[in-house]
Design a protein around this ligand. Structure first.
Ligand code: NAP
Ligand code: F7E
Length: 351
């Protein structure tokens, strides 16, 4: 009999790639989605797996819907990927970010404890937990020092996962994943914001790219590599936490330079620093040591920084070329508003 997996947040970047990965492994895949005024299944459609996933309406704010999702799916494995995942937005909506990204995990774990305590749980933890601490590269034992409402909510989620493991014997793992990107990344995150802008500029559809802190360094990997590590964690004999990273840090500036130069453009002609895109508090340098994952899971990243930048630029160029030619296909950028028109209290305008 095939294994059953429940993915919360299957409409997001990782949820879509993980759903594809598990479907290919022969799993029966159930995915939760939120009721929105406009449906958001483009990633599942883009990967051509929409028809292979059983969709369940569910919200991390709503315990009943979580219990129902567990009852319907009766899962062997649960991947909790749902979250308000954008650090910038967590400064604008600190309370709801805490409710969803922090307390939402308790709602899920409590439902698991009550209705399917033998299911294995993956919790999407993050390198943002390390914040601006002084130790690098970061490992599973590096102290945490969160620097945003998002990171504080994820810290709570990390510890409640530990507590349910220790107190009730749940098989629950924290995957401490460093930034991972792809052509399915949301447009508000810096990598995709850059590659989408490069493609538009190259095709004459845009003239500038406004950015905030370009000195920040991140350890950027490829989402397709990273979802495999989530699955590996749940195949072990006992539940453990793992850092998943590439052990290379690059600045936003380096990403910009490489993305423009891949399209034969000079970033200096188009890139503008804009106060509005600086965060009230930013994490300056993250770099992960994935030795434990390599040793225990046999996991290593396959796609590195240069290849990642190129594949993201190439995909956005191809999409805008197809869109210009009048083609319709599942995609997000066509409807995305110009970010410059968004007003936010975290943006430093005339204060
Ligand atoms: P993402 O693209 O933003 O996807 C987040 C998912 O959560 C979406 O499906 C979203 O649904 C869903 N969601 C949001 N609020 C919800 C709620 N109240 N109830 C139920 N579902 C809700 O994020 P991602 O990049 O795939 O990341 C997956 C997880 O890994 C997140 O928990 C994130 O915090 C964590 N993480 C990500 C990274 C990274 O670099 N990508 C690194 C470390 C950890 P809608 O589509 O309806 O919005
Ligand atoms: O920012 C700087 C920004 O929003 C990266 C999430 O998946 O990874 C992600 O969080 C850096 C920051 O990702 C702009 O200030 C400059 O220093 O792409 P980001 P993030 O904040 O690292 C972690 C691991 C997660 O867990 C999260 O869920 O880029 N930056 N200028 C900018 N960032 C954005 N978004 N937009 C700019 O214009």
């Amino acid at each position: 009999m095939s294994k059953r997996a429940l993915i919360t947040g299957t409409t997001g970047q990782d949820g879509a790639y993980l759903a594809k990965f598990l479907t290919e492994k022969g799993y029966e895949v159930y995915g939760t989605y939120r009721r929105l005024s406009t449906p958001n299944f483009w990633r599942l459609q883009y990967l051509n797996i929409f028809d292979q996933i059983q969709l369940i309406p569910c919200d991390l704010l709503d315990s009943d819907s979580l219990s129902e999702a567990l009852k319907i799916s009766n899962p062997d494995e649960i991947y909790n990927l749902a979250a308000q995942s954008f650090v910038g937005a967590s400064f604008e909506q600190p309370t709801s970010s805490g409710e969803i990204t922090g307390l939402g995990v308790t709602r899920l774990l409590e439902s698991v404890r009550q209705s399917c305590p033998n299911a294995r749980v993956y919790q999407a933890s993050t390198s943002e937990l390390y914040g601006n601490n002084i130790w690098a590269p970061q490992t599973e034992v590096t102290p945490f020092a969160p620097s945003s409402p998002y990171a504080a909510a994820k810290l709570y989620a990390y510890y409640i996962t530990e507590i349910y493991r220790e107190s009730y014997g749940l098989f629950a793992c924290n995957g401490i994943l460093f930034n991972h990107e792809s052509p399915l990344r949301g447009l508000e995150f810096v990598t995709r914001k850059i590659t989408n802008a490069v493609a538009k500029i190259k095709l004459g559809l845009e003239t500038e790219l406004l950015l905030g802190n370009m000195d920040a360094k991140r350890d950027w990997g490829y989402a397709v590599d990273f979802v495999k590590a989530m699955w590996l964690m749940l195949q072990q004999d006992k539940p453990m936490n793992f850092v998943i990273a590439t052990n290379e840090a690059h600045s936003v500036f380096e990403f910009v330079e490489k993305a423009f130069s891949h399209a034969n453009l000079d970033y200096r002609d188009f890139t503008i620093s804009d106060e509005r895109f600086f965060r009230p508090c930013d994490v300056e340098h993250l770099c992960g040591d994935y030795s434990k994952a390599k040793k225990v899971l046999g996991w290593e990243p396959e796609v590195r920084f240069d290849e990642l930048v190129k594949l993201m630029v190439d995909t956005d160029l191809e999409r805008w070329t197809r869109a210009k030619a009048g083609e319709h296909f599942p995609w997000d950028a066509f409807n995305y508003p110009n970010e410059n028109r968004i007003l936010s209290r975290t943006w430093k305008i005339d204060r």
